[in-house]
Design a protein around this ligand. Structure first.
Ligand code: ACO
Length: 308
């Protein structure tokens, strides 16, 4: 069976930047509290999920050197679709002119890693090229008078092109998990606003990232010491440092971009991955661990041998 490898990546964020100081002018909060409790300094706000997805997708296609007509399947991970129906992937398929099929995937903030495993499966089943995008506009489901949520969220998108390869697959191990009995911890009803129990999510998140990462690494035949770069979901800097510390992964081996983007849900891992690639932190043959968690609760980890 063919393996898959990432051959291109791209990102898009809205132009508008909202700093902690901007938020502190209208909410009872401060740059000091937000920085210390979350690691966030600023976030980009605006646009729609499809607009951001199209821009990121176009950039990824260009970097991979392929055209929309070459794509067999578009997988759009999002928890903030433009509408209930149609799927936002339909708008993105039309906007990019993709020749193949298109589907939305919602696993909250774990969506990109769920999508990555799905994309590898599609290629093993015979697809030649898959465009995977994580795109979110959490700002649209945020109550901007609720300081507990408003300081956390950001909008953005990240995309990768996966192509079939005759060589070994880049995906060495993976783990997907869910516990729907925890679904009350993070909710947004139709037409409503995001609500969460931050403390409980924090507690479960550190454990989920740790256990899921270790399982995916074990399935790949590795341990944490073998990881060259850890690319975690960016929800809170303290969750990242706590999970990395328990894995024994030192600061020089993990990516932190939450300061500039806030929590962009399923866009956070591809944004962080692209940032790592563009700042020369990813090298041919590197062992890369991706791990996310989110509403549901869901969690997901993947171990890749970087081959782009
Ligand atoms: N500014 C200033 N003070 C605040 C703010 C704010 N924005 N928000 C809360 N506070 C206050 C609280 O009212 C509380 O005050 P009190 O002690 O007088 O009662 C105090 O700060 C401490 O609040 P906690 O909730 O205990 O703060 P905590 O250290 O737990 O941090 C946070 C809160 C940042 C939400 C943290 O719990 C967290 O990051 N949790 C995980 C969130 C997450 O990962 N979510 C997953 C996905 S989210 C998504 O998908 C959008």
């Amino acid at each position: 069976m063919p393996g898959a490898r990432i051959t291109g990546w791209g990102t898009a964020v809205p132009d508008k930047v909202v700093t902690n100081t901007d938020l502190s002018l209208r909410l009872d909060t401060s740059d000091e509290w937000i920085t210390e409790r979350t690691g966030i300094k600023e976030r980009h706000i605006g646009g729609t999920t499809s607009e951001l997805a199209i821009a990121a997708g176009r950039a990824a296609l260009a970097r991979a050197g392929v055209t929309p007509a070459d794509i067999d399947v578009l997988v759009l991970a999002t928890t903030t679709p433009d509408a209930v129906v149609p799927g936002t992937s339909a708008t993105v398929q039309d906007g990019l002119g993709i020749a193949g099929g298109a589907m939305d995937l919602n696993a909250a903030c774990s969506g990109f890693v769920y999508g990555l495993v799905t994309a590898h499966g599609l290629i093993m089943a015979g697809a030649r090229r898959v465009l995977l995008i994580g795109s979110e506009t959490l700002s649209r489901i945020t109550d901007w008078d609720d300081r507990t949520l408003a300081v956390l969220v950001g909008d953005g998108a990240g995309a990768v092109v996966l192509e079939a390869t005759d060589g070994p697959s880049q995906l060495l191990g993976w783990h997907l998990g869910a516990d729907g009995s925890l679904r009350h911890l993070l909710r947004c009803e139709h037409g409503g606003h995001l609500w969460m129990n931050g403390k409980e999510i924090f507690r479960h998140a550190v454990r989920a990232v740790l256990e899921s990462s270790l399982t995916a690494l074990e399935r790949a035949g590795f341990g944490p010491d073998d990881v060259d770069l850890f690319v975690p979901h960016q929800a809170n800097a303290r969750i990242i440092t706590a999970a990395a510390a328990r894995l024994g992964i030192t600061e020089d081996r993990y990516v932190m971009t939450i300061d500039r983007y806030g929590n962009t849900s399923s866009a956070s891992i591809p944004l962080a991955l692209a940032h790592a690639a563009e700042t020369d932190r990813l090298h041919l043959g590197d062992i890369v661990l991706l791990s996310g968690f989110g509403g549901g609760m869901t969690w997901a980890s993947a171990v890749l041998r970087w081959d782009a």
